[in-house]
Design a protein around this ligand. Structure first.
Ligand code: HEC
Ligand code: HEC
Length: 322
């Protein structure tokens, strides 16, 4: 967390923030630290939290070890991208480390925020919406720039990503969603757990995996969070996402706040995933989401109680058809 490594633009923005923001800088070393340093650290820490836990960015932008449950990220590959998505033609996750030749080291902060929240690359190309920018579009501006601050602190990894070759152009897909500037996005009110949960569920992209898709890979709009989306084949297994609506028969309607929290917390212990599950593996980012603060996991639970119950029985690992 060397402040000296922050780009000038970030420092100017932070300086600007000090005039408008009454953020409490809960910096542990704050005795000696100047207010400016405390604010930069708070931003970096928030960015780390969003990227490494809630946002699960490394879920797609790193290599994973699928000889273990839930595929822990291989530390040395963090942010380097290159994970292929063969279903849409040839498409790879980008290198989002600060490497200047093969990563995003030469992008401005605004260009990075535009990619994350509007799906537009530095060169103007539309990103394919496997990258969930349509959800990140709901983020507050402060959170988006916190993510940028954290990405800039990653170790640069040289990894040239091959050109994508899409079966269908990204344009029409992109137009399915609504995009706006982040200017009017507010962070959720601190004392409102449902709104906080809704916000975190968006940043966590829960909807993207927990909603069944039509044959042309669109969300079944009346089945949000209803589960049953198949995934994992390219990693050598097949898993179907759970129904996380409050339906009591087929969803998580009977789960208490405590059982929800405990399920996530169990993955704070490496023993919970340090075994080879064979074909019963998962893409659910348990290991990352387990690191969320307890109150944030509870907020997501509170929000999920409010979504429309969907009756849809899902078997996570159905017996393989011969
Ligand atoms: C579900 C997988 C997935 C998740 C989760 C994801 N990304 Fe991506 N991201 C991608 C893919 C795939 C691309 C490249 C898309 C393309 O080539 O059209 C991409 C592209 C990008 C780019 C554009 C870089 C460039 O060189 O064009 C940035 C920046 C980025 N992601 C940042 C993030 C951040 C930050 C997060 C977390 C908040 C995140 N991504 C989460 C899959 C993902
Ligand atoms: C990359 C895909 C993916 C994302 C993103 C994702 N999930 Fe999941 N989730 C799954 C899959 C697949 C399963 C079923 C297998 C398992 O239990 O691990 C699952 C299982 C679950 C379960 C267990 C339910 C049960 O019946 O056992 C809960 C709870 C859950 N997810 C909540 C969430 C929440 C909340 C988010 C967002 C913060 C989220 N998931 C994001 C793929 C995902």
């Amino acid at each position: 967390m060397k402040q000296g490594s922050l780009p000038v633009t970030v420092i100017i923005m932070i300086a600007g923030l000090l005039y408008t923001c009454s953020c409490n800088s809960n910096d542990k070393t704050s005795k000696e630290a100047t207010q400016k340093k405390g604010s930069a650290n708070a931003r970096l820490e928030r960015g780390r939290y969003l990227v490494e836990t809630v946002g699960s960015c490394m879920h797609c932008h790193s290599q994973r070890d699928f000889t273990k449950f839930s595929g822990p990220v291989k530390e040395e590959t963090k942010g380097m991208g290159g994970v292929g998505y063969p279903i849409f033609g040839t498409l790879y996750s980008s290198n989002i480390t600060p490497d200047t030749a093969t990563g995003i080291g030469r992008w401005t902060d605004d260009e990075i925020v535009r990619a994350i929240t509007l799906g537009i690359r530095k060169n103007g190309d539309t990103l394919f919406p496997i990258m969930p920018y349509y959800e990140y579009n709901k983020m507050s501006k402060e959170d988006a720039f916190s993510i940028v601050a954290y990405l800039r602190s990653l170790k640069p990894v040289v990894n040239k990503i091959p050109e994508r070759k899409l079966k269908s152009p990204a344009g029409p897909e992109h137009d399915l969603f609504e995009y706006a500037s982040l200017d009017n996005n507010q962070p959720p009110p601190a004392n409102d757990s449902i709104q906080t949960g809704k916000y975190l569920a968006a940043v966590g992209g829960c909807i993207t995996c927990h909603t069944p898709k039509t044959d042309d890979e669109r969300f079944e709009k009346d089945k949000y969070y209803g589960g049953g989306d198949g995934m994992g084949r390219k990693f050598g297994f097949q898993v179907y996402s759970s129904n996380i609506t409050p339906d009591t028969a087929t969803g998580i309607g009977n789960w208490t706040e405590k059982s929800f929290l405990d399920k996530f917390k169990s993955f704070r212990n490496p023993q919970a995933y340090s075994y080879d599950p064979g074909k019963h593996n998962t893409l659910m980012p348990w290991i990352m989401l387990a690191q969320m603060k307890d109150e944030d996991i509870k907020a997501i639970y509170a929000y999920l109680r409010t979504v429309k119950p969907i009756r849809n029985k899902v078997e996570k690992w159905p017996p393989e058809k011969k």
